[in-house]
Design a protein around this ligand. Sequence first.
Ligand code: AP5
Length: 216
Amino acid sequence: MRIALLGPPGVGKGTVAGYMSKEFSVPHLSTGEMLRSEVAKQSPLGKEAGGYMDSGALVPDELVVRILDSRMGGQDCKEGFVLDGFPRTAAQAEVLSETMKRGRVELDGAVLLQAGETIVVGRLSGRRQCRECSAIYHLRNQPSKKEGVCDRCGGDLYQRTDDAEGTVRERLAAYRKESGPVIAYYEERGLLRKVSAEGDLDVTLAGMREVLSHLG
Ligand code: AP5
C-alpha cells in the first residue's frame, strides 16, 4: 500500500498514519518528524529548517524533498509506505510522482482528512508527544495512562513548540494557501479520497479502512 495523507495541522494525520502503518506493515514516513529530528541534531539541514518551522511557515521544497528522498530509498519502503505531511505543495506532488515513476511504482491514493478549524485548534492545544518514540497523545481525547509519561516506551511527553497559539494560526494560514493545488493535483488524476476526521478516532479509522479497502 502506498498512500499519502493530506489535511490541515492537527486533523490527525500522524495518529491515523501510525495505525495504518501497523495494520498494513509499511513504514510511516512523516516529513514533520524527519525535520524535527534534524532540528534536534542541529544538523545543517535542521538549522536551516528550524526557523521556518518555528514561525509556522512551510520549509522550502528543496530541503524537504532532499530529506524525504533519502528515506524513501530505504529497503523498508519497497513494499509500500504511509506518507504523512507530504506532499504539501504542487511542486512536491510532482517530485513524488517522478520519484515513484523511477521506482516503477504508483501511489494508490491521496487521502484528505477533513475537520473544521475549531476542532483542529482544540486538538493541537491538547496534543502531547513522546520525546523518545514520537507517539502522539491528547490530554483529553487520548491521554497517556500516567500523566507526562509515554505508555509505549516510558519517555517524557512534551508540547511541540509550533503548537503555540500564534504559530498554529500561521500553520493554518500556510495550509489554506498551499493545500488547494495539491488537492486539485490528486483530484485531476482520480487519486483523491476524503475521510471525515471530525469525530472520535475510532470513527476516523473506520472511515480510513473503508476507503483503503477500495484502493488499488
Ligand atoms: P507536521 O509535523 O507535518 O505538522 P502538521 O501537518 O502541521 O500536522 P500535525 O503533526 O500538527 O498534526 P496531525 O494532522 O499529524 O495531527 P495529530 O495526529 O498529531 O509539520 C510540522 C512543520 O514541518 C510544518 O509546519 C512545516 O514547517 C514543516 N513541514 C513538514 N512537512 C513539510 C512539507 N512537506 N513541506 C514543507 N514543510 C513541511 O493529531 C493532533 C492531536 O489530535 C493529537 O493530540 C491527537 O491525539 C488528537 N487526535 C487525532 N485524531 C483525533 C480524533 N479523530 N479525535 C480526537 N482527537 C484526535
